[in-house]
Design a protein around this ligand. Structure first.
Ligand code: NAP
Length: 254
């Protein structure tokens, strides 16, 4: 019998865990999931796991060769742009097939009051015009990175993140240490307690963190939505776990 073919799943997301579970049921495939090591106690996928960066695109290419990886499924978060760029460069260099799992972004519906921002910095710059002066209240859900942009904004912030963020942070802030999935009733209770004037979010897409958008709509709260970074040119991609797994299995190196 031939050796199993190794698939490297770049994870750190719900989809990464689902892809690892789906691939570990496939005959002749060995799955190794990779996590950045960015959160203190990550949710672990089924099967083998390695943790920590590879050392850039060159480090990842060397890893792919050394581990004889037959295919890479990039299921990182849509905003993990550096990892996705490195995966594209490394897979090209090592001649290994790559499929990026990119769940669709969110779209505004009737009743939504969304303001698109090209970056976290642009989202911070948009806030003063949306707030009723320095008594303004902001629910900030963009995660732990890039919060320095919000430090100069004179408002009361509630910052939701998995682990405590590093300073600089807005002077007046309350940390909400929590991780999704977030459910509609709990989000309604949070909005009722905080009474935010503005919600700030990345356009992460997916169901796990979408209920905040429904509550913002119900309460007519404006939302600043940070646009996702584009995918590297020419990479194969799929919108869901089944599509990504099927696309990769069809392209695995023999
Ligand atoms: P990033 O800026 O694109 O990546 C920074 C560096 O972290 C990469 O260059 C790589 O280091 C390492 N890295 C990232 N993902 C990795 C993985 N799955 N396995 C091994 N190394 C990884 O990424 P980020 O935005 O900091 O996100 C880090 C992780 O958190 C990702 O795995 C992502 O799926 C997850 N996550 C991110 C967000 C978000 O909003 N950005 C939200 C939820 C989950 P080397 O260059 O040394 O290889």
């Amino acid at each position: 019998m031939s050796d199993p073919r190794t698939v490297l799943v770049l994870g750190g997301t719900t989809e990464g865990r689902a892809a690892a579970a789906a691939l570990s049921g496939v005959d002749g495939v060995r799955v190794v999931s990779s996590l950045a090591g960015a959160v203190r106690s990550p949710r672990l996928p089924d099967g083998e796991v390695r943790i920590g960066g590879f050392g850039g695109a060159d480090g990842l290419a060397a890893h792919l060769r050394a581990e004889r990886v037959a295919g890479v499924l990039d299921a990182t978060h849509p905003f993990a742009a550096r990892m996705t760029a490195n995966a594209a460069a490394a897979c090209t260099a090592a001649g290994v097939p790559l499929v990026v799992l990119r769940r669709p972004g969110w779209t505004a519906g009737p009743g939504d009051r969304w303001h698109r921002a090209a970056s976290v910095g642009e989202a911070a710059a948009a806030l003063p015009a949306l707030l009723p002066g320095r008594d303004g209240r902001v629910l900030l859900t963009t995660g732990r990175g890039g919060l320095a942009s919000f430090a100069p904004v004179d408002a009361a912030f509630w910052i939701r993140a998995v682990d405590p963020p590093e300073p600089p942070l807005p002077r007046r802030h309350t940390l909400l240490l929590d991780r999704g999935p977030f459910h509609l009733d709990a989000e309604r209770a949070l909005f009722a307690e905080i009474r935010p004037d503005v919600l700030v979010t990345k356009d992460s897409g997916g169901a796990a963190t979408a209920p905040k958008l429904a509550v913002a709509r119900e309460r007519e709260v404006p939302v600043v939505v940070v646009d996702r970074p584009p995918l590297p040119a020419g990479v194969a991609h799929a919108a869901d776990v089944d599509g990504a797994v099927a696309a990769l299995l069809g392209r695995l190196l023999r």
